[in-house]
Design a protein around this ligand. Structure first.
Ligand code: F6P
Length: 462
């Protein structure tokens, strides 16, 4: 008798998939492939294991691809109603759950959990249900399904109901909020999120700190973890890929241009981020300004190279933040710049080759997030650096757990302290800098993406 189930043994579910589509002027669809840990992880298991990646159509191009039946083997894109998706992704995932886990609210005035929030929450449930149903349809009997991130917290519980035979994992790429902050959520919603996650057999986090925070929330609000196991998998940098890619000719060409822009003989303090509220780009610039004030001898001798790529521009608060980053950069340049020296070099267009070029030539990397699940930039720079780079690292980044010892560690809110750390980094001798970089690179590559993914599968299959 034919099995009533699907035929995929391994399933991954995430909001953003490995491919997206644009409609070109001639009406043809153009596919763009993304990178990241999951892409390398899935490629490591090989095509014969019947893996399927379930993701959401995000823009008009993706929706058109679904409508035309265009797609890639091993990827199923869900065409969830655009308004439902916007409510779930922009309204709940990015404006509420992201804010809670990164502690981003300005609490005197927000959050406000009103009727509009409840309406959007219903969309979040519907969007999670669409994923759970798709996974339930596609999974072979006893298959493993690994659900990703805060967008899909309700999926494990929903999927468990539909398919008790599956082995279900959930992995959080973000921090998890401390109990008191998590309790900003309305009680029933907080409980629903936790119970949704606890539908999984196993929950993965990037650091022990986030795993412990989840466990504390579960203990405090729903009486514990029940049968769900919790594990830590600290995603590392993909050394082979980065070393190869950063020596391709387009990167070399970008290095020449960047070096010209920075100026021969000057030091470079580099940061590369999405323009993301949690990345703390503005305080990073304020710290740099403080450095120029406190140590005027650095004027004309150093450039702050800041790449801040567009992110989540549907949200007004992200657009405002992007404008503020630009405003502060302009302000520093007009206050301190000279005809031959632009103190802040800000680029806001995404260019991966140029990021790698900046990694290679950076003297100092500034990674100062308010709060961050891991922060892979902190792990990538030491791997790619040509001559060694000092890492100034926030103690609130997940990467701090593995890299803290060889970085110069900062409190991300302390602008004066960060200015001092930048100075210390700039004056560090070449020998120490190279030694530290070597140790940072080793720690950063301890768990490459493929192993990171396989490790989780083994735990679930085991
Ligand atoms: O976990 C954080 C995350 O969802 C990552 O997976 C991703 O790199 C980042 O945020 C970007 O988010 P978005 O898909 O909203 O652009």
């Amino acid at each position: 008798m034919a099995s009533p189930y699907g035929n995929h043994q391994i399933l991954v579910a995430s909001n953003r998939g490995p491919v997206s589509y644009d409609v070109r002027e001639d009406g043809e669809l153009q596919a763009k492939r993304g990178g990241g840990g999951l892409v390398s992880g899935l490629s490591a298991i090989g095509p014969d294991r019947g893996a399927l990646w379930v993701c959401s159509a995000l823009g008009d191009g993706d929706r058109e691809a679904v409508a035309r039946g265009v797609g890639e083997d091993g990827v199923r894109m869900l065409d969830i109603d655009a308004e439902v998706h916007a409510d779930a992704y922009n309204g709940i995932a990015n404006s509420v759950l992201w804010f809670v886990h990164h502690m981003l609210y300005q609490t005197p005035l927000e959050p406000v959990f009103d009727k509009e929030f409840r309406r959007q929450w219903a969309s979040y449930e519907e969007y999670n249900r669409a994923f759970a149903r798709a996974l339930a349809d596609e999974a072979a009997e006893g298959a493993v399904a690994v659900v990703q991130d805060y967008h899909l917290t309700l999926v494990p519980g929903m999927l468990r109901q539909l398919r008790p035979d599956l082995r279900i994992g959930h992995f959080s790429h973000t921090p998890w909020a401390p109990v008191d902050y998590f309790r900003l959520l309305p009680d029933d919603i907080a409980e629903q999120v936790l119970r949704g996650m606890l539908g999984a057999d196993r929950l993965g986090f990037l650091t022990q700190r986030w795993a412990s925070a989840f466990t504390a929330c579960a203990q405090e609000l729903v009486g514990g973890l029940g049968d769900t196991r919790v594990g830590v998998h600290g995603l590392g940098a993909d050394a082979d890929f980065l070393r190869r890619r950063s020596h391709e000719p387009d990167v070399a060409a970008r290095m020449v241009t960047l070096r010209e822009q920075i100026g021969e003989g000057r030091k470079a303090i580099v940061r590369v981020d999405r323009t993301e509220l949690s990345k703390n780009i503005v305080r990073g610039m304020l710290a740099y300004r403080q450095l120029l004030e406190d140590q005027p001898s650095w004027r004309e001798q150093v450039v702050h190279v800041a790449f801040a790529y567009p992110s989540r521009q549907d949200l007004a608060v992200y657009r405002d933040y992007t404008a503020e980053v630009q405003r502060v950069a302009d302000e520093i340049n007009s206050a301190y710049g000279t005809p031959g020296w632009t103190p802040v070099l800000l680029h806001v267009d995404d260019d991966f080759a140029r990021s790698l070029a900046a990694y290679r030539l950076a003297d100092v990397a500034l990674v100062n997030p308010i709060r961050d699940g891991m922060n892979l930039v902190a792990k990538e720079v030491p791997v790619v650096s040509d001559e060694g780079c000092v890492l100034v690292l926030s103690r609130e980044a997940g990467a701090y757990e593995e890299l803290g010892e060889d970085a110069i560690v900062v409190n991300p809110y302390d602008v004066v302290g960060t200015a001092g750390a930048l100075h210390e980094a700039l004056v560090m001798g070449a020998g120490e800098r190279a030694e530290r970089t070597k140790r940072l690179a080793a720690a950063a590559t301890a768990l490459p993406p493929a192993q990171w993914f396989l490790e989780q599968l083994r735990e679930l299959e085991g």
